[in-house]
Design a protein around this ligand. Structure first.
Ligand code: ARG
Length: 563
C-alpha cells in the first residue's frame, strides 16, 4: 500500500537497527479496519530486547512521531497505525489520476524476458474447454508479467507432431475423403481420429500402421508431409477464430514440429554427457539420482521415433538460446505434472543452471455441468459453443436491463467472453471447478459481468457529471470512501503478489472487492450532489474506473462503456 512509506519511515526512526526493507516486509494489514490501517508486529524484537512483545509495542508507541497520522496505538503485541484519512485520500487520488493505467506498475523485471508456453492445443482436434484454461491463464499471466516490468513472450507450442498424426493420415487415406474434410475440416478429422481408436481396439495392427505413417512423416515423406500441412493449416484457422474472439495474440506459433530438426542437438548433448541409457531398445535418461520416485525420461522409442519429451527438451534449450529468459513458464494442466518434473530433471542433469528458472504453472480440471471432457471418445465441449451460449445469455440480460443500448451485439460479446474468462481466472488456478454457464454470466454475484457492470456504472456517472478535468480539491473523509481508498491503495501490492505467486486469481478477487466496495458507496451516497465535495467524489469515481478497467485488462477482459 502506498502510504506504507510514511509508516516505514516513522518506524525506522525508532528502530535504527532495521533497514527500510526489513521493516516494510514485516508490515501487515490489521484483522479489521477498526484496529487501524497498517500493523507492525513486535514478536521478532522480543529476543534481542528481552521483553514481552506487548511491552515492546507499548514502549515504542510513546517514541513514534505521530505527525501525519490520525493516531498510532499499541494493541497487544502490535503497533497499529491509523492513517490520516484526508491526506491519504488526496495522495491516493492524485497518484491514480496522474498515473492513469500505469498505476500499480512495477519495474522489478527490468525488461527481462519471460517465456510463457500457453494454449498449445493439438491440431486436427477442436479446441476444447480444456485448453481454455491454459489460454486465459497464460494470457493474464503475460499481462501481469509485463505490469511487473518483464517482457512476456507468448509461445503457442502447438501439438502438431507425434504418432497421432500418423494415425490420422492412415485413417484419412483408408476411409476418409477430401470433399468431406473440406466441408467441415476439424469435425471430420476428429471423427476419423475417434473412428481410428474404435477400430484399433479390435485390431491392434492399426496402431502399427499409424506408427509407420508417423515415421514416414518424420523422415520427410512427401505425401505424409502434404497431408500434415493441410491438416495443420485448417486447424490453425479454427484456433485463430477463437483467439480473435478472446483478443489474444501470440509471439510465436512454433509448435512441436518446429523442433524436428533441433532434437539431434539435444540427443547428442545427452549422449556426450553419458546420460543416455539403452532400455529394451529405447533410449532413456535415468532420473533416480535426482529423485528415487521419478520414472526415467524416454528420449527415443525403440523404432527411433522421438517423443513429446524430446521435443520439449529441444524447445527448452531453443528458448533459452533465443530469448535468454529470466523465467520460462509452462501453463499446462496438472495431469502433466510428472512430465515437467522429468523435463526439469533432465535439464539439470545436463548441467543447465537455468533449469531452476523453468516452472510448470499447473492448473486444475474444468468439468462442464459435472461432465469431464475427453477428445478420444468424441464427447467434447467446444469452446466455440460455450462462447456462443455466453454471448446469447449476455444479450438476453442486456435486452432486459438496457433495451436502448446501441451496440448490443458488441457489448454482448464483450460480456459473454469476459464472463467465461473471468470465471476461469477467479479460482486459484490449481483448484478444479465446475462450469455452469447460467451462473457465470450473471450480472450479480462473483462474476466478470458484475465487475464490468460496476465499472460501466461508474463511467456513466462521470458522463453525467459532465466534467472535463478534475481539479485538486481532493479531500474526502467518510467511512465508505475510506474503504475505497484503502482498496485502491492495495492494487500495486496485488499486482506484485499476482506475479510472485503466478496467480491471476489475485487480480480477479481484487477486482471483485473493489467493485463491491464501490457499489456499497454508490448505494449510500449522492455522488452528483452539487456541494464542495463534488470534485473529490468524481475523482474517487474516476480512480475506481481506472483501477477496475486496468484489473480487467490484466485479466484479458474488456470494459464496456455501457451495458
Ligand atoms: N499440446 C499439449 C496438450 O494439449 C500441451 C503442450 C504444452 N506445452 C509443452 N511445451 N509441453 O496436452
Amino acid at each position: 500500500m502506498l502510504e506504507n512509506k510514511r509508516v516505514v519511515s516513522a518506524l525506522q526512526k525508532v528502530l535504527p537497527d532495521f533497514t527500510l526493507e526489513q521493516i516494510s516486509e514485516k508490515l501487515e494489514a490489521p484483522k479489521s479496519t477498526d484496529l487501524g490501517d497498517v500493523a507492525f508486529p513486535t514478536f521478532t524484537l522480543a529476543k534481542t530486547r528481552h521483553q514481552a512483545p506487548q511491552q515492546i509495542a507499548a514502549a515504542l508507541v510513546t517514541e513514534i512521531d505521530q505527525e501525519g497520522f490520525e493516531k498510532v496505538v499499541a494493541t497487544g503485541p502490535y503497533i497499529n497505525f491509523f492513517l490520516d484519512k484526508q491526506v491519504t485520500s488526496r495522495h491516493t487520488l492524485e497518484k491514480i489520476l496522474t498515473e492513469q493505467a500505469n498505476f500499480g506498475s512495477h519495474t522489478t523485471g527490468n525488461g527481462a524476458n519471460v517465456t510463457i508456453d500457453m494454449s498449445s492445443p493439438n491440431i486436427a482436434k477442436p479446441m476444447s474447454m480444456g485448453h481454455l484454461r491454459s489460454t486465459v491463464i497464460g494470457n493474464a499471466l503475460a499481462n501481469i508479467t509485463a505490469k511487473n516490468g518483464y517482457v512476456p513472450v507468448k509461445i503457442n507450442h502447438l501439438g502438431d507432431w507425434g504418432t497421432q498424426f500418423g494415425k490420422l493420415i492412415y485413417a484419412y487415406k483408408t476411409w476418409g475423403n477430401e470433399a468431406e474434410v473440406k466441408a467441415d475440416p476439424i469435425a471430420t478429422l476428429l471423427r476419423y481420429y475417434v473412428e481410428f481408436h474404435e477400430k484399433a481396439q479390435d485390431d491392434d495392427s492399426l496402431n502399427d500402421e499409424g506408427r509407420a505413417w508417423f515415421k514416414k512423416l518424420e523422415n520427410g515423406d512427401q505425401e505424409a508431409h502434404k497431408l500434415w500441412q493441410w491438416f495443420r493449416a485448417e486447424s490453425l484457422k479454427e484456433f485463430t477464430a477463437i483467439y480473435d474472439r478472446l483478443d489474444i495474440e501470440f509471439d510465436s506459433f512454433n509448435g512441436e514440429a518446429f523442433y524436428n530438426d533441433k532434437m539431434d542437438k539435444v540427443v547428442d548433448m545427452l549422449s556426450d554427457k553419458k546420460l543416455l541409457v539403452k532400455s529394451q531398445g529405447a533410449q532413456i535418461v535415468d532420473l533416480s539420482s535426482i529423485n528415487d520416485n521419478l520414472t526415467p525420461a524416454m528420449i527415443k522409442r525403440s523404432d527411433g521415433a522421438t517423443l513429446y519429451m524430446t521435443r520439449d527438451l529441444a524447445a527448452a534449450v531453443y528458448r533459452k538460446e533465443t530469448y535468454r529468459f529470466a523465467k520460462s513458464l509452462y501453463v499446462v494442466g496438472g495431469e502433466q505434472r510428472e512430465h515437467f518434473v522429468q523435463m526439469k530433471a533432465v535439464l539439470s542433469l545436463m548441467g543447465f543452471d537455468w533449469a531452476d528458472d523453468v516452472e510448470h504453472i499447473s492448473f486444475g480440471l474444468i468439468t462442464f455441468n459435472g461432465k469431464k471432457m475427453s477428445t478420444r471418445k468424441g464427447d467434447v465441449v467446444l469452446l466455440k459453443d460455450v462462447l456462443d451460449d455466453a454471448h446469447d445469455l449476455a444479450l438476453k440480460q442486456i435486452q432486459e436491463k438496457n433495451p436502448a443500448l446501441k451496440n448490443k451485439e458488441v457489448v454482448a460479446e464483450q460480456v459473454g467472453a469476459g464472463a467465461v474468462v473471468f470465471h476461469d481466472l477467479m479460482n486459484d488456478r490449481t483448484n478444479n471447478f465446475d462450469f455452469n454457464l447460467e451462473e457465470v454470466v450473471r450480472f450479480e454475484g462473483d462474476t466478470g459481468p458484475y465487475v464490468q457492470y460496476t465499472n460501466a456504472r461508474a463511467k456513466s456517472i462521470l458522463r453525467k457529471a459532465d466534467v472535463t478535468k478534475i481539479g485538486d480539491d481532493l479531500n474526502l473523509n467518510d467511512a465508505d470512501t475510506w474503504d475505497i481508498i484503502t482498496t485502491l491503495n492495495a492494487f500495486p501490492t496485488a499486482v506484485q503478489r499476482a506475479w510472485q505467486q503466478r496467480e491471476a486469481s489475485i487480480i480477479a478477487k481484487y477486482a471483485l472487492t473493489l467493485a463491491r466496495t464501490f457499489n456499497k458507496y454508490y448505494a449510500n451516497s449522492k455522488i452528483l450532489a452539487d456541494d464542495a465535495q463534488l470534485n473529490a467524489r468524481l475523482a474517487l469515481v474516476e480512480s475506481v474506473t481506472i483501477v477496475l478497467s486496468e484489473s480487467l485488462r490484466l485479466l484479458g477482459v474488456k470494459s464496456p462503456e455501457e451495458m
